[in-house]
Design a protein around this ligand. Structure first.
Ligand code: KG4
Ligand code: ZN
Length: 357
């Protein structure tokens, strides 16, 4: 077993449009956690362009690594293991972080760990802790929406997933329809604060008894139809899809759409917890930053006397601290990955072990 308590874990995250580096002295001392966001580069395209992301990771990664060492006042000889996100994600983007990390691990002569991005998110509400309790995980991000029963670190059972768009994707697509900047989740959250969530009703999918699956593409389409109808009835509308909505209407629309997403997430979480006898709920991923979702889950857990573990806000979006922490839990079980292991853009949480020696 690798001694993990004294040596630092160096971790890289490059699965999508954030290049991130972290240095973690396990279990809880985060010496550095740097994120270089590419939001501006992709904003013009209204979404992430994989090849552009890959090139930006290449430009950023070495600089970010040296900045992290300097910031933390750490020497490479203090590093005991190197980890990188190896999936799921965009292949050209994953390759940059994983290849850099493998080279670093080989050069330093320390173990390499291929980490599942979803496991990084999923464990983030327990950041700094050595034991992960049995719980229900709700992971909501731009690429994923899933409910998972966590027996302990590394032992996961999928209970429900989105069948089409992820919750964050729905936020981003609706924000685009509304002419809001990318990524739109945070903008909708902000505007919804002054809106009336009951003003409009948008559909909730798969609400039939016991169903734990998600679907958000119909909701997005329903917002599109709503806007088209408004445009048709608004004689003064310009060519854009969105008519000149009054400020209050925009806020009400954001609040009503958000209410539909939150209502589904909370109801499925409630069902899953009851069906599987779980009384601790952990929430992670970019959408876990959503203020309406956080308060609705708080109410749910108070009502049922369940423990709620919300990922710290700074760990909700993509970051490398969560990858270092997941690597720590892999190391605790004696696991290492082979540097020959390839990235896996479709890696599922149910099989978090990449390769084992
Ligand atoms: O976890 P993350 O950084 O990347 C993925 O792994 O996908 O999640 C990004 C997603 C984006 O869709 C973004 O719009 C959404 O999280 N997001 C939010 C909020 N902050 C970020 N969605 C709703 N409300 C927010 N406050
Ligand atoms: Zn993510």
């Amino acid at each position: 077993m690798v001694t993990t308590d004294s040596k630092i874990i160096l971790a890289f995250e490059s699965s999508c449009d954030e290049t991130a580096v972290a240095l973690l002295r396990p279990p809880s001392e985060l010496c550095a956690s740097l994120v270089a966001s590419q939001v501006k580069e992709h904003a013009a395209f209204g979404g992430v362009v994989p090849e552009l992301a890959s090139r930006q990771h290449l430009t950023n990664i070495d600089f970010l690594f040296h900045q992290a060492l300097e910031k933390a006042n750490v020497m490479t000889s203090d590093i005991g293991a190197v980890a990188a996100t190896s999936g799921p994600g965009l292949a050209p983007a994953l390759l940059v972080g994983a290849s850099y990390a493998k080279g670093m691990a080989l050069g330093l002569g320390v173990p390499y760990l291929a980490v599942n991005h979803l496991e990084g998110h999923l464990l983030s509400p327990f950041f700094g802790e050595k034991v992960i309790p049995r719980h229900l995980s709700l992971l909501v991000s731009g690429g994923h929406t899933q409910l998972t029963e966590v027996m302990q670190a590394g032992h996961y059972r999928s209970l429900g997933k989105t069948q089409d768009d992820a919750a964050g994707e729905a936020f981003d697509k609706v924000a685009k329809l509304l002419g809001l900047p990318y990524p739109g989740g945070i903008e909708i959250d902000r505007l919804a604060r002054s809106g009336d969530p009951k003003r409009y009703f948008f559909p909730r999918a798969f609400m039939d008894k016991g169903n734990l699956q998600f679907s958000f593409s119909g909701l997005k389409t329903s917002v599109r139809y709503f806007l088209e109808k408004q445009k048709a009835t608004n004689s003064g509308a310009d060519e854009a899809l969105i008519p000149a909505l009054l400020e209050q209407e925009l806020a009400d629309l954001c609040a009503s759409f958000q209410e539909a997403v939150v209502a589904v997430l909370v109801e499925k979480t409630r069902r899953a917890a009851i069906q599987h006898g779980l009384d601790c709920i952990a929430v992670s991923g970019g959408v876990a930053a959503n203020s309406a979702l956080r308060s609705a889950l708080q109410v749910l857990c108070e009502e049922h006397g369940w423990e709620l573990r919300l990922a710290p806000l700074e760990l909700t979006g993509d970051n490398a601290a969560m990858i270092a922490f997941a690597a720590f839990h892999r190391l605790l079980t004696g696991e290492r990955s082979s540097v020959a292991a390839e990235i896996n853009p479709r890696w599922k949480i149910e099989s978090p072990r990449f390769t084992k020696k």
